[in-house]
Design a protein around this ligand. Sequence first.
Ligand code: CMP
Length: 187
Amino acid sequence: MLADTPQTGVLPPHPNSGPRRAPVGRGFPETTTRMERTFVMFKPDCLERGLLGRILSRFEEKGLRLVAMKMLRVTPALARQHYAEHVEKPFYPGLEEFITASPVVATIFAGPEVIRVVREMLGATSGLKAAAGTIRGDYSASRQMNLVHASDSPESAAREIGIYFKPDEIQSWDPSLACWLQAPGEV
Ligand code: CMP
């Protein structure tokens, strides 16, 4: 035991201990040019299988910022609007039946390069081809029932966000932990 430690069995506090304060000016404002938004939809299979919380947690744990969220039922008309580029494809009737079968949870996440980051976290479209460690690689064994949809480009993100959300349904906020997720030069 150190000579000047009181004989209580309790070590004195470390000089750097105590509540931490966020470094001043190290926030992660949504106004920086590197910030992006992406549309992420948790599909009926995700809700039916009780995987919403688990998969949402992966995005939260990654440090992505949730800025909008709603539960809804996709109608056939909404499905045709969302999946306009697939309407003529042979798999579309099955896709529409699947996406309208149960509720979905529509969200928007924000972050630097978030469109690419989320797509990589999801993995390949088919759960049979998605790499282990990705969301689809870990939880899906299907091409159609691949749990989560995410925008594939800034153009599709803007289009899909506009289909599902009004501007006043999107939050602008700066979580207090943001200063521990990225350094100032990264955002
Ligand atoms: P998503 O990323 O939402 O984009 C289009 C969706 O169509 C896709 O995920 C799958 O759910 C579905 N899909 C894509 N390709 C096929 C296919 N070949 N057969 C059946 N469903 C598909």
